[in-house]
Design a protein around this ligand. Sequence first.
Ligand code: FAD
Length: 316
Amino acid sequence: MKTHVKALVVGGGAVGTGIAYHLAKAGWDTMLVERDELTSGSTWHAAGLLPLFNMSYATTHIHKYSVDFYKGLEAETGLDAGFYVVGNLRMAQRKERMDEYMLYSSVAETAGVYHEFLTPKEMKDRWPLLRTDDLVGALYHPQDGYINPADVTQAMAKGARQHGATFERKIQVDGYRWTGSEWIVSVTRMVEQGGNLVPSDEKYEIHAEHVVTATGNHAQRTARLLGIKTPAIPVEHQYIVTEPDPMLVEYRKNNPEHPVLRDADAKWYVREERGGWILGPYEYGAPARFEYDVPQGFRADLFPWIWSGSRRNTCR
Ligand SMILES: Cc1cc2nc3c(=O)[nH]c(=O)nc-3n(C[C@H](O)[C@H](O)[C@H](O)COP(=O)(O)OP(=O)(O)OC[C@H]3O[C@@H](n4cnc5c(N)ncnc54)[C@H](O)[C@@H]3O)c2cc1C
């Protein structure tokens, strides 16, 4: 393992890997360390939706860049990033929601993001399985869609390596020290023990001019290591994956995949998955998890299914 680098990226999720790719591409001597495997954090679970919709001009530019970047990754790396350009239909139940979309339209036009407005009838004509009777319209991004989070991360990692970056898995960062001219980062090799990931006695120090932390849900611990208190607390989010839906299977015999569907008023997203659907509700009262720290042993674990409809009155 290298002990001196220009940039050390901590965390091998989609974010850290994307940062490592871009630093390496910019010519920086870059190393990424990950305590487990690439994508073993939140990235493992993501539904992969890429909403081009965003009310901020700057973030819209970042989203547009990402969508264009993902489309070119396969040509660059030879790895399929798993990008499904099925479009994104953002539906509105209220006129005020459509007003929000109109306001967004000016941001999108300035940033060069193509979009359309659809009436309920136009939606029903194109996607007859949709129930549109309580909708006033929708914003449609035909160039949007979803991506397989693990595939895109692996493709970015390959691209980063092609640009000279190195990746070290099973290396956990345990401390940072700034000398005034560089960071000295203490790391521990992690090992598998009875299905758990535990620290070994193997310790190293890495010297880096720059450190980027992209540790996702571990942000509180990371901040503490840097002497900062950050109030970032993970919140549970779950989605439902259904069995194949006979109506959808029949429809798909002669039709392309549905766009990613979002109802901003009802607060859920839906997309197709192997003849069935993924339904992701943004729940009222979704509970905070690991309020003070993600346990060392937590990996890509799943929480037991809890539908927050039942806790709506207690956890707002
Ligand atoms: C069910 C679900 C569905 C989602 N759906 C979507 C979606 O459709 N679209 C979307 O954009 N987002 C979605 N998200 C959110 C998305 O998954 C996250 O925002 C994203 O994956 C965060 O990436 P990350 O790289 O910041 O964090 P992570 O993927 O969590 O990566 C952080 C990494 O840092 C490592 N790490 C932590 N501490 C250390 C340390 N001290 N030393 C070394 N390594 C360390 C961890 O092991 C981990 O691999 C969803 C999330 C969930 C849970």
